[in-house]
Design a protein around this ligand. Structure first.
Ligand SMILES: Cc1cc2nc3c(=O)[nH]c(=O)nc-3n(C[C@H](O)[C@H](O)[C@H](O)COP(=O)(O)OP(=O)(O)OC[C@H]3O[C@@H](n4cnc5c(N)ncnc54)[C@H](O)[C@@H]3O)c2cc1C
Length: 594
């Protein structure tokens, strides 16, 4: 075992982690631990853009942006947080520009902006140009720019270090975060990092679904790690399905394609979004477009031999626009479907894309241990966190914004906390839970295989907890997930080596996925209403009287439970659901029309 000591430890080197590291690295000794090489993080796959009311192309202001975010999130958004995000968006984009990010430009040399779903002028009048972009590689450019600036500020990176646990030290005032435990992929060695502050920026968990835009590595590690410690997860039932995944594959085609004028059509060539959102049509928020597509297919107006997808028509845009503004997705369609978007419409269907829920934080990025109190020294930002700026449905381009605004805030808050506080002792033998988990997996002689359980998990989630849900489908999913958890207890791995044991780590990640799937499904069963990305066919309307509130899910860990000491195992422990009020400042909930 190796031991390290830093003021601030950041877990994750995506956009949120690296934006935090740039701030923290200038004020305090900072280490970034990441299971992937930094520039391989999923932020690098982001395509369409990052929004800010710069008003470079047409009139716009941050108040309109706040309103769109609140309405887009079906009023489950904490409005104080949304205001901060929309206001700070402008500097967030300009900061990236100053760091060297090559945005597309207007003829006068300003940062160019394009339309995106749900972003409107004057509270819904028409779509507005708010998304700043670098072709359809905006996330790639952000990630490279942030990494270069981390290097400039001498942030220390521990690449291919899997964080598998956090250290919480009990004090008279409750738990304090004092470090993290990681497994080094190259050697299999365990490393304990003592820190005054730890920032989680570990991204999403799209891999609970089969059809997803998410990378193989998005297994919700950070969320599951804090959940296993008895800390809550917020609003996990709200998962976003992006309308335009390549049919049958889930690979994403950015909403920027519709922002540039792309049109969705059904089997008769009808522009069906005119019926669902007469004002902004194809640029309605993602939850509405995904439901419209699923409805077209269900009612027999789908395309193809099985009538199971719709078409994204880009043919009228012309080769020049596609080359300049959407080159990557044009290539994806050619490569993966053999369809050239210049000539033919592209088959698309909703794909699991983004977690609105996550580790609850306040606007400084401090992690909450219940509806009111924080865990001193523990921070979270980015997709793994829930501030909550996205409420029940995130608007496109608001995540690249979220990771920059709240990544920066968490980095500053963590560094300031570290400067003002001394090190607190680690709990006794902090590495024991991780060692026990690794030993258990290595020693298992059970007959279950990781790949089989993962496939069955993804199948039931796709079938039963996707765009449309009912009590029956969700109960089926819960039953399946709990049965898979039992089988997971008997999972065995084939590789017992130390070096690059991805077999072992995939088993650990599957454990995280199973845990989060159960929280998602339980929250969804309990939320007997339809709101944003959570559409219940048995409760089709939004119910503000009973459900205008955030879900807080806690893992119940009894005092005599040995899993409390190890933090692992005990996958079948009960989950308790509680609630947290929504922060409403200016915008009272209204009917959501587009
Ligand atoms: C295909 C695609 C396109 C998208 N396009 C857009 C877009 O155009 N605009 C927009 O706003 N949003 C977009 N999004 C969403 C957005 O990109 C993500 O939500 C956002 O980038 C997440 O950033 P993050 O920093 O929170 O996490 P990530 O970028 O996913 O980074 C997570 C980091 O955590 C590390 N990590 C995870 N687990 C561990 C562990 N156990 N130990 C150590 N390290 C760990 C990983 O190594 C990685 O460095 C897109 C998403 C996808 C999938």
């Amino acid at each position: 075992m190796q031991f390290h000591k830093y003021d601030v430890v950041i877990v994750g080197a995506g956009g949120a982690g690296m934006r935090a590291a740039i701030e923290s690295g200038q004020q305090a000794r900072t280490a970034v631990l990441t299971k992937l090489y930094p520039t391989r993080s999923h932020t690098g796959a982001a395509q369409g853009g990052m929004c800010a009311a710069l008003a470079n192309v047409e009139e716009d202001n941050w108040e309109w942006h706040t309103f769109d975010t609140v309405k887009g999130g079906d009023y489950l958004v904490d409005q104080d947080a949304a205001e901060i995000m929309a206001k700070e968006a402008i500097d967030a984009v300009l900061d990236l520009e100053k760091m060297g990010l090559p945005f597309n430009r207007t003829p006068e040399g300003k940062i160019d902006q394009r339309r995106f779903g749900g972003h409107t002028r004057n509270h819904g009048e028409a779509a507005v140009r708010r998304a700043c972009y670098a072709a359809d590689r905006t996330g790639h450019m952000i990630l490279q720019t942030l990494y270069q600036n981390c290097i400039k500020h001498e942030v220390e990176f521990f690449n291919e270090f899997y964080v598998l646990d956090i250290c919480l030290t009990e004090t008279a005032d409750g738990p304090v975060c004092t470090g993290a435990v990681a497994l080094e992929l190259a050697t299999g060695e365990i490393h304990v990092f003592q820190a005054k502050a730890v920032v989680f920026a570990t991204g999403g968990f799209g891999k609970v679904f089969k059809t997803t835009s998410n990378a193989h590595t998005l297994t919700g590690d950070g969320m599951a790690i804090v959940f296993r410690k008895g800390l809550p997860l917020e609003d996990m039932e709200f998962y976003q399905f992006h309308p335009t995944g390549l049919a049958g594959l889930g690979i994403l085609l950015t909403e920027g394609a519709r922002g540039e004028g792309g049109i969705l059509r059904n089997d008769s060539g009808e522009r069906f979004m005119e019926r669902y959102a007469p004002t902004i049509k194809d640029l309605a928020p993602r939850d509405m477009v995904a439901r419209a597509m699923a409805t077209e297919v269900r009612e027999g107006r789908g395309c193809g031999p099985h009538k199971d997808y719709v078409l994204l028509d880009l043919t009228h845009l012309g080769a020049e626009v596609l080359d300049a503004k959407l080159p990557d997705i044009t290539e994806f369609s050619r490569t993966y479907l053999g369809i050239d978007p210049v000539e033919e419409p592209v088959p698309v269907y909703p794909t699991a894309h983004y977690a609105m829920g996550g580790i609850p934080t306040n606007i400084k990025g401090e992690v909450l241990r219940d509806a009111e109190n924080v865990v001193p020294g523990l921070y979270a930002a980015g997709e793994c966190a829930c501030v909550s700026v996205h409420g029940a449905n995130r608007l496109g381009t608001n995540s690249l914004l979220d990771i920059n605004v709240f990544g920066r805030r968490a980095g500053i808050a963590a560094a300031e906390y570290a400067k003002a506080h001394d090190f607190v002792d680690l709990p006794e033998a902090p590495e024991v839970p991780v060692v026990a988990m690794v030993d258990k997996l290595n020693a298992s002689t059970g007959g279950e295989r990781v790949a089989n359980i993962r496939t069955e998990l993804q199948q039931t989630m796709d079938a039963n907890a996707s765009v449309y849900r009912t009590e029956d489908t969700l109960k089926q999913a819960l039953h399946d997930v709990q049965a898979l958890k039992e089988r997971f207890d008997r999972v065995a791995i084939q590789d017992h080596g130390k070096r690059y044991n991805t077999d072992l780590l995939e088993a650990v990640e599957l454990g995280f996925l199973l845990e989060l799937a159960e929280v998602l499904v339980l929250g969804a069963i309990n939320r007997k209403e339809s709101r944003g990305g959570h559409a219940r066919e048995d409760y089709t309307t939004r119910d503000d009287v009973n459900f205008l509130r955030h879900t807080m899910a806690y893992k119940q860990i009894s005092d005599d439970d040995t899993t409390k000491k190890t933090g692992f195992g005990g996958l079948t422990a009960d989950i308790r659901l509680d609630y947290k009020p929504v922060v409403i400042t200016r915008y009272q909930p209204m009917e959501r029309k587009y």
